[in-house]
Design a protein around this ligand. Structure first.
Ligand code: DGL
Length: 261
């Protein structure tokens, strides 16, 4: 029997929409309930205990709304709270971590830069990821305070984004790095600016497509797939002001999903 219930997806704000874009490409007939915890955005500067509580609340909320599977479309919440979510809530979860493994396989210089939030790079999960998949690779990490807020609010002053990015990307030229991992879903919206600044010889990797493929696998394994045919719905919910969130979503998506309501 096809399962018409929605897939729940959450992030602190608009960042997870980069993952929703990939899920919609691969699974257009699945309905998605997107929850942005905008009242508590950004997560990155918060202590791990608080991020864990916020993530569990977001998961409970989506489960209460009838989600059949929950995607933690946030590297920060996944790195800090995925095991707590799985231990607390009875629903399948798909999480995400910075793409250290694919980047380690792709780098020719054996030198990688991971752009992520402070909370993500401080986790044990991230440390283990590097230890397990990046032996022999020089991994530079860069927490990027201010970038998430700029993606959320739009850039009233484009020179501020430019100067922050220049600063965070300095390790690329200093150390001769050839691969950048976008380890925060918000940063995927900055891919073109980043590519322009570092040049085309540097490859940029993110995890949205891999997360979508994992969602497809888990739905199939558990018999949770929706009927193919009719396109699925996309519904937006948030903990803060709904209109401001919709305005931010429209700005970052630029009409990708048609009218954002
Ligand atoms: N988009 C999130 C991530 O992937 C969280 C950003 C934040 O709220 O600091 O890490």
């Amino acid at each position: 029997m096809p399962d018409p219930r929605p897939i729940g997806v959450f992030d602190s704000g608009v960042g997870g929409l980069t993952v929703v874009t990939e899920i919609r490409k691969l699974l257009p007939h699945e309905s998605i309930l997107y929850y942005a915890d905008t009242l508590h955005c950004p997560y990155g500067p918060r202590p791990a205990t608080e991020i864990r509580q916020l993530a569990v609340k977001a998961g409970e909320f989506l489960l209460g709304q009838g989600a059949k599977l929950i995607v933690v479309a946030c590297n920060t919440a996944s790195s800090v709270a995925l095991s707590a979510l799985r231990a607390t809530l009875d629903v399948p979860f798909v999480g995400m971590v910075p793409a250290v493994k694919p980047a380690s396989l792709a780098t020719r210089a054996h030198k990688v830069l991971v752009l992520a939030t402070a909370a993500t790079v401080e986790t044990e999960v991230f440390g283990e990821l590097v230890a397990q998949f990046a032996s022999g690779i020089e991994v530079h990490t860069q927490a990027c305070p201010g970038l998430v807020d700029l993606v959320e609010c739009g850039d009233a002053d484009p020179s501020r984004l430019e100067s922050l990015l220049r600063h965070y990307l300095e390790p690329v030229s200093i150390y001769g790095l050839d691969t950048i991992v976008l380890g925060c879903t918000h940063f995927v919206f900055l891919r073109d600016e980043i590519q322009r600044m570092v040049g085309n010889d540097v490859q940029i990797i993110d995890t949205g497509g891999a997360v979508a493929r994992q969602v497809q696998r888990v739905l199939a394994e558990r018999g949770l797939e929706a009927a193919s045919g009719a396109p699925g719905n996309l519904t937006f919910l948030c903990s803060g002001d709904h209109e401001s969130f919709l305005a931010a979503a429209r700005r970052v998506l630029g009409g990708t999903f048609g009218a954002v309501r």
